[in-house]
Ligand binder design. Sequence first.
Ligand SMILES: Nc1ncnc2c1ncn2[C@@H]1O[C@H](COP(=O)(O)OP(=O)(O)OP(=O)(O)O)[C@@H](O)[C@H]1O
Ligand SMILES: [Mg+2]
Length: 712
Amino acid sequence: MTLSTSPSRSSSSRTAKGPTADGIAAAPSAGVVFREGLGRLFSACWERRLIFIPSVLSGVAFALLQVLTSTVIGQVTQDVIVPSFESGNPVPGAVAAAGLLVAGIAVLRAVTVVGRRTLASVTQFHLIADYRLRLTRRLSELPLLWHRRQSTGTLLSTMYSDIEATFFAIAPFPFALATLAMLAYAVVVVAGIDPVLLLIMVVTVAILMALNMIFQAKAAPIALESQRLRAEVSEIAHESFDGAGVVKSLGREDAEEVRFVDAADRLRRNGIRLGYVRGWFDPVIDALPNVAILLVTLVGTWRIGQGALTTGQLVQVAYLFTLMALPLRSFGWVLGDLSRVVVGWRRTRRILTARDRLGYGTRTAPDTGRPARVEFQGVTLEYRDSHSATGRTRPDAVALHEVDLTADAETDGRVVAIVGATGSGKSTLTLLASRLLDPTDGRITLDGVDLRDLTADSLAESVALVLQQAFVFDSSVRDNVTLGENFSDADVRWALRIAQAEGFVDALPEGLDTVLGERGGSLSGGQRQRIALARALVRRPRLLVLDDATSACDPAVEAAILEGIHREITETTLLVVAYRKSTIAIASRVVFLENGRITATGSHAELLADVPAYRALVEAYDEAAIAHELLESERAELEDRAAAAASNERARAERERADAEIAERKRAERERAEREHGKREPSPDDPEVWVELAEERHRTDCDDEDRLMEER
Ligand SMILES: Nc1ncnc2c1ncn2[C@@H]1O[C@H](COP(=O)(O)OP(=O)(O)OP(=O)(O)O)[C@@H](O)[C@H]1O
Ligand SMILES: [Mg+2]
C-alpha cells in the first residue's frame, strides 16, 4: 500500500499503470465515440435480442401512435372543429367521438410505454449481470502475475461502475431507435403536407444532432477522467480499509484521509465540470423543438395565407413537433451517454481481452499413490514487463537462473527445505512448483508430466500451495477448510489437528460452525495461517508447498505442524521455505538458493559443515529468532489486551494492529540479520568475529527492546 500524501501521485502514476495500448488512457474523439458507442450498444442488445427487439417494437408502436395522434387531431380540427366554428353550430356527437378516438389511442400508447420501459430495464439488467459474470470468470482465469499488477480498487470499480456505465444507455435506447421510425414516418407525413415545414423539421433535427456531437466532444474527456477518478477513489478506499491495521499502527490516519479527500475532491470537481457542460447544452437542446414549434406556427400561418396549407394541417404539424420533443430528447440522452458507454466499455474490455492466460493441458497426473516426484529441469524465470508499486514498469528481472532440482521422496526423503536470503527466489520457486507461474525457459514435471500438460482439476488435486498471507473467507471454519467440497467433519478435524488448529477452533463459540468474519478478523495471524494450512491438508495433495506459511506461529507450533505432516501424511512431498533452524532440521534435504541459483544441496548438517554462506545465513536467522521470541511474547500481551477490549470491533482493530506491527518488525529483524550477515560474513575459523557480532546484535536488540518499552 502506498502511504504517499502527494496529490500529484494520482493522475500521472495511475495513468501510467493503465495500459495505453488498450486505448483506455486517451479520450476518444466524437466520431469514434459515435461509431464505437453505437456499435457497442447494438452488439450488446443483439445478445439479448429476445427481450430487446420486443422492447423496440413497443417503442415503434408508441412512436407510430404518436404520429397517428397528430394526424387524428389534425383531421378532427379540419373536419369537426373548424366547420363547427365556421357554422357556429357545433355537433356534440362528432366532438365526443373524436375525443373517444384520441383517448383510445392514448390508452394504447400508455400500454406501449409500459411494455417498452419494462423490457428495456430487463435487457439492461440482464446485460449488466451477464458482463459481471464474464468478468468474474475472466478474472479467475487470469494468472497470478496479472493480478499482482492490478489494483483491487480499479478492478472493483470496473466490476461496478464501468459495467454500469457501459450499459447505462440501454434503458433509453429502444425509445431512441423508435424515435428514428417516428422521424421517418413524420418526414413522410410532413412531406405530404408542405415542403417548407419539412425543411424546418429537417434543419431542426440536423441542428440537434450537431449539438449532440459537440456535446460529446466536450463530455468524452471529462467522462473518461470521471471513470478513472472513480476507480482511484475506490482504490484508495479499498487500500484504507484493507490496510486499516497498518494505517492505525503507524498513525497514518490523517495522511490517508488527506489522500482520500484529495481524490474525492478531484472526482467532485470533474463531476461538476460535466454538470457545467450539460448545463449549457441541455437547455439549448431542450429549447430547440419548442423554437421549431414557434417557427412552424409562424411559417405555417404564412403558408395558410398563401393557400398552401389548411388550418387542420398546420395543427397536425405543430402537434407532431410537440409530441416529438421528448423522443428527440431520448435520442439526445443516448448520444450524450455514448462517451460513458465507450469509456466504461474500454475499461471493461481491457480485462475481458487481457491476453495473459495460463492455459491447461489435457493430462492427469499418474496416480502413483506415493509422494509426488517433482523435477525442475533448467528452469529460468524472468519477470517481464512487471510494474513496481509506483506504477512504473520495472526492467525485466531474472529471478531464477537455470535451476535443476529434484524432490523425490524415494531418494531425498519427503521434506525438502528451500533456504535463501531475501530476494533469492524462494517464493518464485514455490509459485513455479504449484504452477501459479510458468517458467520462461525449462520445464517442471510432476511424476514425469509437464505441469503445463495437466488439467486444472488434476493440478488442483495434486498440488497445494500455502502462502504467508493466509486468506480467510467470511464463513464458518468448516467452509473455510472445505471451500464447499465434500469433506466429512472427521476429515476437517484431522486436517485441523495436524495444522495445530483443533484446539483453538474447539474453543470458538460454535466450534466448526463459528463464522470467522471478513478476512478472519477475529483470529490472530498465526491462527489464520493454521486454518489456511488445514485447507490444503484436507485435500491430501501429493505435493504440498509451504512458502513461509507458518511464519506467524511460534517455533514450537511450527515444529509440531511439520512433524505432524511428516508423520501423518505419508503420501505427500513437502517443499517448504524455511527460516528456522528447527524447521530446516526436519528436512531430509536442503536446497540453498543464492541470487536465483541453487548453489548447494544436501542435508542440513552437510551444508552447515561445507557451505560458509549457508552457515552464516542460518546462524543469522537463529539470532533473529531470539528477537522473534521477544516479539512473540509482546504479541501475546497485545492479544490479551485485544481480548479485553470492550467491543468486537475494537478487538479486531487491536488484533490487526498487533499482527501488522509484529509482522513488520519480524521482517525488519530478519532483513537486518541478513544484511549484517552480508556485510561481514564471519569466517568459521574466526570465533572472535562471532563473539563481536553476537554482542553487537545483543546491543541492538536491547536498544530495540528499550524503544519498544518506551513506545508502550
Ligand atoms: N512480480 C514481480 N515482478 C518483478 N520482479 C519480481 C516479482 N516478484 C519477485 N520479483 C523479484 O524476483 C526476485 C526473487 O523474488 P522472490 O519473491 O522469489 O524472493 P524470496 O526469496 O521469496 O524473498 P523473500 O525472502 O523476501 O520472500 C527478487 O529480486 C524480486 O524483486
Ligand atoms: Mg518470498
